[in-house]
Design a protein around this ligand. Structure first.
Ligand SMILES: *[C@@H]1O[C@H](CO)[C@@H](O)[C@H](O)[C@H]1NC(C)=O
Ligand SMILES: *[C@@H]1O[C@H](CO)[C@@H](O)[C@H](O)[C@H]1NC(C)=O
Ligand SMILES: *[C@@H]1O[C@H](CO)[C@@H](O)[C@H](O)[C@H]1NC(C)=O
Ligand SMILES: *[C@@H]1O[C@H](CO)[C@@H](O)[C@H](O)[C@H]1NC(C)=O
Ligand SMILES: *[C@@H]1O[C@H](CO)[C@@H](O)[C@H](O)[C@H]1NC(C)=O
Ligand SMILES: *[C@@H]1O[C@H](CO)[C@@H](O)[C@H](O)[C@H]1NC(C)=O
Ligand SMILES: *[C@@H]1O[C@H](CO)[C@@H](O)[C@H](O)[C@H]1NC(C)=O
Ligand SMILES: *[C@@H]1O[C@H](CO)[C@@H](O)[C@H](O)[C@H]1NC(C)=O
Length: 391
């Protein structure tokens, strides 16, 4: 679970260039549960594989010395590292930045260099990291997809750079995770991250459910919404639905953060007993290893529903996930056991909706405008067409 908890405003103004806009397609490669994309950096361009993270803003790449043993690399995957010295377009911006995540930290010089994808090239700011405690991630760094309002000094997000340079068609990105979420063995699986557009007609069955974005301190910082209620539902022995363990929050009190950098669904610590109760599971027994959930316990007899609310408190949106959508096999080294879906977020009002949530939908992260002052954020979730579903 990773997302930037630091909030520094970046005031970098780039001149809009005249160029034809387009859409960038990034096939998704899974490496040990980390969803990664390839991107070319520098001149001559070098390929780097980065974990894409909607929970943080500034992109970073481990530098050559960090990758060559300067940083602990226990990911099980090779890190190539960014070598500013061998890129003629690299520019050291003279500022040392550090990012704090839940779960680690990274630091290095802010740089700008050419990024390219699908024949499009742009000047991108990022951190060339000479230190990181995130040696467990299976990429060489992060591609940050949150908002520049929380980017580190002198850096800006990839999407805001592309939008404000006039290089992409639409102020949005779309995500389909594919059907293999552990490892796609060195090449992309079916998943696709699209910057500057979305492909709902290809992937989505029915309508998109739109969740309103939430501002903090007057600006958008993360892909987050007000969480209004949570409830679980299950069928009793007679097949009658039981709704238990409902949680309710005042407008603005609780957050649902949509975070590709997080693996599971993380809930406030003091709600976890209630949440497991609501689906008929015993959290204490799970914790003590007295209950090892079998994958067959993840079935459609139970579901969880999250209700999101706009800042005005006028629109509500329910998103429901059924038990069978939450299976992650391999718990406790047993192929028939599945990983408990909910974990604690460590924060009293934070619901972190990670990969386990997002992979069930085609998701659209829509800024609503190309410049920060025009943003009007919506996050869309569409049910996948049968051929794109995992179950
Ligand atoms: C990082 O770890 C992997 C797996 O242990 C190893 O193959 C690789 O050589 C290490 N170092 C670099 C620079 O990639
Ligand atoms: C780049 O070159 C400079 C000067 O030669 C050197 O101090 C620095 O360590 C090099 N950086 C990397 C990442 O190799
Ligand atoms: C990273 O760079 C900073 C600033 O140049 C320096 O203070 C720090 O010691 C470096 N860290 C490592 C591990 O090399
Ligand atoms: C669960 O909900 C059902 C009705 O939906 C209710 O009859 C039952 O008492 C509830 N159980 C608990 C433990 O709250
Ligand atoms: C939950 O599990 C714990 C430990 O296994 C047990 O002591 C407790 O009685 C269980 N609670 C319920 C309500 O079954
Ligand atoms: C469905 O899951 C519940 C536990 O969540 C379990 O008690 C029940 O036996 C399962 N049903 C089937 C048909 O496997
Ligand atoms: C959404 O959930 C709320 C409970 O939070 C419920 O009252 C309402 O009927 C649900 N709306 C729809 C459209 O399912
Ligand atoms: C997930 O992938 C890793 C790395 O390839 C592998 O070691 C592990 O066994 C896989 N787990 C499952 C459940 O397939």
């Amino acid at each position: 679970m990773v997302y930037s908890i630091r909030a520094t405003a970046a005031a970098v103004v780039l001149l809009a260039r005249c160029s034809s806009a387009s859409i960038l397609e990034f096939p998704v490669t899974f490496r040990n549960t980390y969803a990664c994309v390839d991107i070319l950096v520098g001149t001559p361009p070098q390929n780097h594989i980065l974990v894409f993270d909607t929970g943080s803003a500034t992109s970073w790449i481990a530098d050559k010395t960090c990758a060559n043993g300067g940083c602990d690399n226990f990911s099980g995957y090779p890190w190539k590292g960014y070598d500013a010295n061998s890129s003629v377009t690299s520019k050291d911006l003279g500022i040392y930045d550090s990012i704090d995540y839940l779960g680690g930290g990274t630091g290095g010089e802010a740089y700008s260099d050419k990024f390219s994808k699908d024949g499009l090239t742009w000047t991108q700011t990022f951190i060339s990291a000479n230190q990181t405690s995130m040696g467990f991630i299976a990429g060489e760094g992060f591609l940050g997809l949150a908002f520049s309002s929380i980017a580190e000094q002198a850096t800006k997000t990839v999407m805001e750079t592309l939008m404000q340079d006039g290089l992409v068609d639409n102020p949005r990105f779309g995500l389909y995770y594919g059907t293999e979420f552990n490892d796609t063995h060195g090449h992309p699986g079916k998943g696709l991250l699209t910057l500057g557009g979305s492909h709902e007609s290809k992937y989505v069955d029915g309508d998109i459910t739109w969740v309103p974005g939430k501002k903090d301190n007057g600006v958008y910082e993360l892909w987050r919404s007000n969480l209004k209620t949570f409830y679980g539902q299950r069928k009793d022995n007679n097949g009658n639905p039981q709704t238990n363990g409902s949680l309710q929050y005042e407008l603005g009190a609780a957050n649902g953060v949509f975070d590709t950098g997080a693996g599971l669904i993380y809930v406030p610590d003091d709600t976890i007993d209630t949440i497991y109760d609501s689906i008929g599971w015993n959290y204490t027994a799970l914790l003590h290893g007295d209950y090892i959930p079998s994958c067959t316990d993840f079935n459609s007899t139970w579901s969880v529903t999250f209700t999101f609310e706009s800042d005005k408190g006028s629109d509500f949106t329910n998103i429901t996930l059924t038990g069978d959508q939450l299976r992650i096999p391999g718990f406790a080294y047993q192929p028939d056991a599945c990983n408990p879906p909910f974990s604690t977020s460590g924060s009293p009002y934070l619901f972190l909706l990670g990969q386990l949530y997002l992979r069930n939908f085609y998701s659209i992260f829509d800024f609503g405008g190309k410049k920060a002052e025009d943003f009007n954020v919506l996050i869309g979730f569409g049910n996948l067409k049968k051929e794109w579903r995992m179950i």
